[in-house]
Design a binder for this molecule. Structure first.
Ligand code: NAD
Length: 416
């Protein structure tokens, strides 16, 4: 099953449950636009590479297309389509006036110099042309990209369009540096959202974050901030893994110290204050909470059996396969789904877009307060839906999102 087929299984399950209108179901079964560009970039040694870039615009019924840009060697059409669909559901679930999109370029950013990545980003932005825009389709960071790439995209877009009114277009991307129009709190937003979300579930299920033990897969933007914020709330990090390896077996790991080490070395491998452990040992960490925050399908039928955690909260998009999720649920493990748990990123991206539009800057307290309010509202709604329908958390979250998009379609009808 490819990733889009997996997203479709999740969609169909919720659509069946709510008896989604057949017209809406047909319309939502594929993305609205699938843009593929092949663009040349000069490497530092003077040679040229032809790179493949994607922008999938899944749906814009609820507002402009919105979603991240991924740089990874395994980026492919089915993956980007799935990620774009999840963005539509995420925005609808969070009641953010955006639709869903996703993009990416198939490359390994670790094999490229800064100047090569800058040329890739600028040329990809140029190739996308007016397929993106501040009121039309608004990219953001994802795996392998960050504020640096977003500022390059913004600058390229500003140079290409609206020369006389350049600042009006800076909201063409979100996740920018604060200096270049980004929002305070955007860097930690997804990790912060994971913890705000877990707070609501903790209250519902009768536990507290303080004193919990947890482990994290992926120590990039989402994983490292989630770990550090969990630790600041009194939880203990017991193990971590990323593309370089897995570490643990050392009691509590200092999440801040590990983040500083990863920033310096590029990965968790060799961290001196923990031991290297195998992947089965990592998945089998005896902890309360598992936060997958790397790539998709890491929790699958091969790894699921090792997991002893009571709660899985999905920082990543699509980390749990359909079969693995079924087994986890059968074992009584609570799986808090991606479209809810990691929606802090798109939520603060929305705040950034609003600030840019109004030439405003919010302080961090305002950003955190608003994010907390929106995460609590959505998490509470998912728990209520799940309880009422006696379904699993993902199907409840998908159902809420689908019902909103369905309602919007029914009011508007289909052109002509
Ligand atoms: P990132 O590039 O900052 O970090 C990715 C992490 O995954 C790195 O630590 C990397 O080493 C690790 N990784 C890569 N391959 C791995 C492997 N085979 N095994 C274990 N670890 C591996 O990316 P990010 O922004 O933190 O995104 C992580 C996940 O969260 C993705 O699924 C992304 O779509 C999702 N997400 C990100 C945001 C955001 O705001 N950045 C928002 C919502 C969801």
């Amino acid at each position: 099953m490819n990733l889009f087929e997996m997203a479709t299984v999740q969609f169909n399950k919720a659509a069946d449950m709510i008896k989604l209108d057949p017209m809406v179901r047909t319309v939502l079964s594929e993305p609205q636009n699938e843009i593929i560009v092949n663009f040349p970039v000069m490497m530092d040694n003077g040679s040229y590479r032809l790179l493949k870039g994607y922008r999938i615009q899944h749906n814009n019924t609820m507002g402009p297309y919105k979603g991240g840009i991924r740089y990874h060697e395994s980026v492919n059409l089915a993956e980007v389509k799935a990620l774009a669909a999840w963005m539509t559901w995420k925005s609808a679930l969070m009641q953010i006036p955006f639709g869903g999109a996703k993009g990416g370029v198939t490359l390994n950013p670790r094999e490229m110099s800064t100047s090569e990545l800058r040329r890739v980003t600028r040329r990809f932005t140029y190739a996308l042309g007016n397929n993106i825009g501040p009121e039309y389709d608004i990219p953001a960071p994802d795996v392998g990209t960050g504020s640096r790439e977003m500022v390059w995209m913004m600058d390229t877009y500003m140079t290409m369009f609206n020369a006389s009114d350049r600042n009006a277009t800076r909201r063409v991307v979100t996740g920018k540096s604060v200096l270049n129009g980004g929002s305070l709190g955007r860097d930690k937003a997804t990790g912060q959202g994971v913890v705000f979300c877990l707070d609501v579930w903790a209250k519902h299920l009768g536990f507290e974050i303080k004193g919990l033990t947890f482990f994290v897969q992926g120590y990039g933007n989402v994983g490292s901030f989630a770990a550090r914020i969990m630790q600041s709330r009194g939880a203990k990090l017991l193990s971590a893994c990323d593309h370089t390896g897995a570490i643990g077996d050392a009691g509590q790991i200092d999440a801040d110290d590990l983040a500083a080490y990863v920033a310096q070395t590029g990965g968790v491998k060799g961290y001196p204050r923990a031991k290297e452990i195998s992947l089965p040992a990592f998945y089998g960490t005896k902890a309360d909470v598992f936060i997958p925050a790397a790539l998709e399908c890491t929790v699958n039928v091969e790894t699921e059996g090792y997991i002893k955690a009571k709660y899985v909260i999905e920082g990543a998009n699509g980390p749990t396969t359909v079969d693995a999720e079924k087994r986890l649920l059968d074992r009584g493990i609570v799986v808090i789904p991606d479209i809810l748990a990691n929606s802090g990123g798109v939520t603060v991206s929305y705040f950034e877009w609003v600030q840019n539009k109004n030439s405003a800057t919010w302080d961090l307290e305002t950003v955190d307060d608003e994010l907390g309010r929106m995460m609590r509202r959505a998490s509470t709604a998912v728990i209520e839906e799940m309880t009422e329908r006696k379904c699993d958390p993902r199907t409840a979250a998908m159902a809420l999102a689908l019902m909103r998009v369905e309602e919007a379609y029914k009011e508007r009808g289909i052109f002509p």
